[in-house]
Design a protein around this ligand. Sequence first.
Ligand SMILES: *[C@@H]1O[C@H](CO)[C@@H](O)[C@H](O)[C@H]1NC(C)=O
Length: 410
Amino acid sequence: MYFFSSSCTMNSFAVILIIGLVSSRIASQVVGSSFNVLDYGATGDGSTDDSQAFLNAWKDACSSAAGSPLLIIPQNLKFLVHPITFSGPCNSEKINFAIMGTILAPASPSIWGDGDPSQWLAFQDVTGLNIYGSGTIDGQGKVWWDQSCRDHPGLEGCKGLAPTALKLISCNEGSLSNIMFSNSPQSHVLIYGCNDFRVDSVAIQSPEDSPNTDGIHIQSSHQLSITNSKISTGDDCVSIGDYTSNVEINFLSCGPGHGISIGSLGKSGNEVQVENIHVSNAFLYGTTNGARIKTWQAGKGYVRNVIFENLILHTVNNPIIIDQHYCDDPGACQETGSGVQISDVTFRNIYGTSGTDVTVNLNCSKVVPCKDIHLQFVQLAAAQPGNLATASCNNAYGQEFIVVPGPCLI
Ligand SMILES: *[C@@H]1O[C@H](CO)[C@@H](O)[C@H](O)[C@H]1NC(C)=O
């Protein structure tokens, strides 16, 4: 090369430059195909129905085979969106859904018409889906709460079912991060039938008295994590349902709310399979429960290998609770010959105050007692000055080490 004339060197330099430009253009197409809902006619005015624009943008993003297409919901705008499902499978291995603005639910239940009242925004069968952004998903749930059968049992036409703000169904190898959720009509996020999914740095906020507004509900899913998140709501901050395994919850703030719950499980007499659940580094304040496992007597199967550790509780009503007689349906509360086997459950490094005097309540079934329960380094005092904290255990076998109040296990 040193022997070429200067003009020849220039030529080859130019060729290399052109090749470089062409390949970077291809690369930018591969990495950066983006689909902004505004280009599909969305108004972002907060009152026009922008659903069709969202669906059209999704259709193009999902059929794009290039790299990881990006759907953009821009900031500083409010998009009113009716119940919609973003369906896969998509053509790319990954697909990004950036919510920078606000997505608003219709303020009137009549918009749902004959459609499924349990659903507002849903993603189904999308692999490699990453939902993120500094935006908000606002469920405008108040109109639903005001008609909820749970809160207004006598109300004519009361609603037993209300929409979940975001349903993620069969979403493998994906993530949900940084989004803020507020005022969902019912649960905020449902993760159903997903393997290998991460939730990180989300905020969920609804009033303490809003009915059935679980933060994140997980069911029939495996390999999930929920990290660095803050949940304030009217029901469970996180609830873990049947057929779930390998869940990691780390750095969670919960309150107000009903705490972190495994269950209720086995309601329909089904074969429960829940295992390898690890909750660590959680702060719970003013919640009705701390670490809870609840099963119906009709259930079968197991809950095993569960660890709750490093929890700080502030005025939590039932700090540590296992209830194998869970029942919120008066017709189905009799003793039965079955039960879900609960075993290998560790409560470790749990400190703080209880809103009630019973700080540890392990109420297991006579038929299928709890076994291999471990209580280690638990210190819970009654929040009410002068009250004495107590522990109550029924049919709970295991070992305890430095537990106040205690002892309790058999
Ligand atoms: C245990 O469960 C039984 C059956 O539901 C209930 O009657 C009892 O009050 C519970 N005990 C405690 C200490 O919560």
